[in-house]
Ligand binder design. Structure first.
Ligand code: ADP
Length: 197
């Protein structure tokens, strides 16, 4: 059985940073839809051009586009021991599509971990990241506010979707990176999928 983790939380919660640590320890494949879109953008692909205007405004890229890209990535890694989904799924429709995709492979989501960080802290972190990341969506307060609003309105319902499946785990996303990582590992090591093996 694969270990498939959804790392969830608002923009700036630390999903990317913690993903790196999780991948290192559990040898999972990283699937960050934000990273994939930025790669398409920098390579000037059709997909990148399509995504750009949504990303610039801090709005969500349409579900069909996201799902197609994710499917392509998963199909290209048939030997993967499992995935860490970072920044995806961001809508209930994406979550349902992911369930179907995994089900067709005889797999499932093992658990969803949400990093809990308050909004003031998020805004501070994103602006700080914007000073070095070069990401234009990290440098504009209006865009940042819009992303947090989109998260609250469109993405938070995804948490309820996993809660209904008993796959929901909340972690405090404020503190030292190592403390947060330790909490994440505790959740992963105690997932039902790890208990049956
Ligand atoms: P952050 O979590 O800091 O907002 P991401 O790199 O996850 O950064 O996402 C950057 C942008 O890429 C989002 O604001 C959105 O426009 C687009 N995006 C990324 N993932 C998705 C997704 N699963 N669905 C729709 N849009 C997405």
């Amino acid at each position: 059985m694969m270990l498939n983790i959804v790392l969830f939380g608002p923009p700036g919660a630390g999903k990317g940073t913690q993903s790196e640590k999780i991948i290192d320890k559990y040898k999972l494949s990283h699937l960050s839809t934000g990273d994939l879109f930025r790669k398409h953008l920098s390579e000037g692909t059709e997909l990148g051009k399509l995504a750009q205007k949504y990303m610039d405004e801090g709005n969500l890229v349409p579900d069909e586009v996201v799902i197609r890209m994710v499917e392509f990535k998963i199909m290209n890694e048939p030997e993967s021991p499992g995935f860490i989904f970072d920044g995806f799924p961001r809508t209930v429709m994406q979550a349902k599509a992911l369930d179907i995709l995994l089900e067709n492979m005889g797999q499932a989501i093992s658990g969803m971990i949400i990093l809990d960080v308050d909004e003031e802290e998020l805004k501070k972190r994103i602006l700080l990241r914007g000073q070095s990341s070069g990401r234009t969506d990290d440098q504009d307060v209006e865009k940042i506010n819009n992303r947090i609003r989109v998260y609250r309105e469109e993405t938070l319902p995804v948490a309820e979707y996993y809660q209904a499946q008993n796959k929901f785990y909340k972690i405090k996303g404020v503190g030292s990176l190592d403390e947060i990582f330790k909490d994440i590992c505790r959740v992963i090591d105690n997932l039902p999928v790890n208990m049956v093996e």
